[in-house]
Design a protein around this ligand. Sequence first.
Ligand code: IDP
Ligand code: MG
Length: 186
Amino acid sequence: RRHTRFKCDWSSDVCSSDLLLGRRYMAAQSFSSPQGKFMAKERTFSIIKPDATRRNLTGAINAKIEGAGLRIVAQRRVKWKQADAKKFYAVHKARPFYKDLVKFMTSGPIVIQVLEGENAVAKYRQVMGATNPANAEAGTIRKEFAESIKANSVHGSDSPENAKKEIKMCFKAKDRKSTRLNSSHT
Ligand code: IDP
Ligand code: MG
């Protein structure tokens, strides 16, 4: 094996070897809450979309994420090429908004993230709010920040299975070559 294995404290901020080693560690990890309670840990994949980075809302959105008790364990600002967006949203290929969505997601920089916490997938969907900001609940990211049903500021995985796929798709290859995640920040 070419990668280094790092000693992992599951209550700590970042465990890079988890990301690097992939699925093996993704499933049944757990961590301690600040109160010392043993909790089931889950990860989800998040994107801060171009409409939000353009308006300098990365920090405001991250504050919502952290305020909900989710931990940002990986984060990178990137600009997607057409092929990246097409691949990521391939499930929506047949939908009438697909082309426009790909164009939007490549219109500016995005911030890709891995969020971790108890029930992270469902919790983040709740913090995001409904796809259409007009239908989103008060206090959600989309209600407060989204511009439209398309430019709705954030993406969040819709199931733990898709979270794993999306994290692998967006982080693995690049981060294997990177040392950026190779520290625990504790
Ligand atoms: P989600 O992001 O809430 O999971 P999806 O139905 O998975 O919503 O759609 C993916 C993304 O496609 C949305 O977040 C939004 O950016 C875009 N989208 C969804 N529905 C429409 C639409 O009716 N018109 C334009 N864009 C849409
Ligand atoms: Mg979706």
